[in-house]
Ligand binder design. Structure first.
Ligand code: FAD
Length: 343
């Protein structure tokens, strides 16, 4: 019944050309705002209107984050809602809160990072409201006069860019943001007011959270690292992968990445995979060692600022995107690079 009411209220808003007012889902972990959400906020500011942040979690989780979020550059207001039901970011419990917030037509856009959690929540809410959602956008342009928003988003593993327009007839536009395409919003703003929103308690939640297993690493996080050293199938096995790559990564203060072939062969953990079905990264420096450069791998790293490739095959496709290419056996080249760096 609630959905029906929301949809009717929503339909009434179709003709209005309200100035943009974005609701940005600000995800957080252990007291820190996720960098993907900070990029989503930057994207939302490019709409040129008001930007309201939304923080959801248990009361223990949200306390510290609210103080940080208040100071985010680009935010014009902040909403937060706390409930034990929100502790594990289950889409079934968080989506009704979005529906409630969107029911009075005060927002024109709903924005989030293209994260696992938001990818589960935003399309669910959009479907409930019977509107489309645009995912993984890399740029946007909002035309205030016609109230339409045009997005670009990579398709076919990044080999083509689709231009998608959410027309003026759509009163509410949902989109998720590829974090590598937008700089993170700074946390040094003047400070905005934070307002509490009552949680929407959901009975009979169909999903139960059992446990969360986080990969622990002392190395920089792949998703946000400014330098990445990645290894491919050429690394032979897990031991050689570690012995060859890690000293170089440590010297450079870099995160470690891997091709899917290296992950599938068990050389590296699944969480390190870069590419179409792994992480999409755009560091200052990406070093590809013994990686051929299949399009599915390039889809995850070709926007890196400086790409260095070492491969013994001069025709390897990785050299087509590399800024610096070395045709060499990596087992000879990497120790030499390490020696030079130490000097
Ligand atoms: P290979 O292609 O086998 O290349 C190894 C390279 O090492 C070769 O170029 C070789 O010349 C070089 N080499 C060998 N020995 C040495 C040496 N001693 N010194 C220097 N160079 C050496 N792949 C990903 O990486 N990420 C993804 O997300 C991903 N998603 C996929 C999704 C789909 C739907 C499909 C179909 C495929 C996907 N793949 C992905 C797999 C992708 O197509 C390639 O198979 C994979 O990237 C190859 O990994 P690689 O470059 O390590 O191995």
């Amino acid at each position: 019944a609630r959905s029906a009411v929301v949809t009717r209220a929503f339909a009434r808003g179709y003709a209005s050309a309200a100035p943009p007012h974005a609701l940005v889902f600000l995800e957080h972990r252990q007291g820190s705002l996720d960098s993907g959400s900070l990029s989503a906020l930057t994207a939302a500011t490019q709409l040129g209107g008001q930007v309201t942040g939304l923080i959801v979690g248990s009361s223990e989780q949200v306390g510290e984050v609210i103080e940080k979020a208040k100071k985010l550059q680009g935010l014009t207001s902040l909403l937060h809602s706390a409930s034990p039901q929100y502790a594990n970011s289950l889409p079934e419990t968080i989506s009704p809160l979005f529906e409630k917030l969107l029911s009075n037509n005060s927002f024109t856009h709903v924005v989030s990072a293209h994260s696992s959690c938001a990818k589960s929540i935003l399309p669910r809410v959009a479907a409930k409201l019977d509107v489309p959602a645009v995912s993984d956008i890399t740029s946007l342009e909002h035309d205030a006069a016609s109230n339409s928003t045009t997005f670009t988003r990579p398709i076919y593993a990044g080999n083509a860019l689709a231009t998608v327009r959410a027309p003026s007839s759509l009163a509410l536009k949902f989109f998720t943001v590829r974090s590598t395409a937008f700089a993170a919003a700074a946390e040094d703003g003047a400070g905005v007011e934070a307002k509490v929103v009552d949680p929407v308690e959901v009975s009979d939640v169909p999903t139960e959270h059992i446990s969360t297993t986080l990969t622990k690493s002392d190395r920089p996080d792949l998703g946000v690292a400014s330098r990445i050293v990645s290894g491919g199938r050429a690394l032979k096995n897990a031991e050689t992968f570690e012995k060859t790559l890690y000293p170089l990564a440590d010297l450079l203060g870099a995160a470690v990445g891997a091709s899917r072939a290296a992950v599938d062969a068990g050389y590296a953990d699944n969480s390190l995979q870069v590419g179409q079905t792994g992480k999409v990264v755009a560091p200052e420096l990406y070093v590809a060692l013994g990686i051929s450069g299949a399009i599915q791998h390039l889809a995850g790293m070709k926007d890196s600022k400086l790409i260095v490739a070492v491969n013994k095959d001069p025709d390897a496709p990785i050299f087509q995107v590399a800024d610096v290419g070395l045709v060499a056996d990596l087992f000879e080249a990497v120790p030499q690079i390490i020696e030079k760096l130490k000097q």
